[in-house]
Ligand binder design. Structure first.
Ligand SMILES: Nc1c(NC[C@H](O)[C@H](O)[C@H](O)CO)[nH]c(=O)[nH]c1=O
Ligand SMILES: CC(=O)[C@@H](O)COP(=O)(O)O
Length: 162
């Protein structure tokens, strides 16, 4: 379903597991910081809303979305996080660079999650315009950061329940 038909911040608040004993990493791209800062606010505040403590949320700023998979892998190697939320904003420019950055970032995030058997969440916006990114990072279509945080909580609870 397209984002225009489903607000990214809409969810059943009563269906979300308690996150008070979960440990999260958040890696945030510095590209398009006006958008990624909104994603971070959404993700951080949603984790806290569902019980996560500030001591259990590790936030690291990363140069670009292409570096997010390595940043997530580094947190999984060096810390005790239960999940990593990857936040970025990739906006189409004049060339095919957008395609390469988006594909590498998406596949890299997927691969790290499978390699470490931990939830590594794809909270990366891949937009045609800056306005589309603004609309999806706390604007009229909600916040992809909220969605990423909810996904992280649900996946940690899923694994801990096995
Ligand atoms: N154009 C965008 C980039 N480009 C930078 C790459 O992510 C990477 O940092 C660089 O190629 C060096 O490895 N990154 C974004 O996150 N968003 C963009 O719109
Ligand atoms: C996603 C990108 O790397 C892109 O913003 C770079 O812009 P351009 O394709 O005009 O070089």
């Amino acid at each position: 379903m397209a984002t225009v038909n489903k607000n990214l911040s809409d969810y059943d608040i009563n269906s979300i597991p308690d996150a008070s004993k979960m440990v999260f990493g958040i890696v945030v791209s510095e590209w398009n910081e006006n958008i990624t800062s909104g994603l971070l606010n959404g993700a951080y505040n949603t984790l806290v809303k569902h019980g996560a403590t500030e001591a259990n949320i590790i936030v690291k700023n990363i140069p670009g979305s292409f570096e997010l998979p390595l940043a997530a892998q580094s947190l999984l190697e060096k810390t005790n996080v239960d999940a990593v939320i990857c936040l970025g904003s990739v906006i189409q420019g004049e060339t095919k660079h957008f395609d390469f950055v988006c594909e590498a970032t998406a596949l890299g995030i997927k691969d790290v999650g499978l390699k470490y058997n931990k939830p590594v969440i794809f909270g990366v916006l891949t937009d045609n315009t800056m306005q589309q990114g603004l609309d999806r990072s706390g604007g009229k279509h909600g916040n992809k950061g909220d969605e990423a945080a909810i996904t992280a909580i649900k996946m940690v609870a899923f694994q801990q329940g096995l």
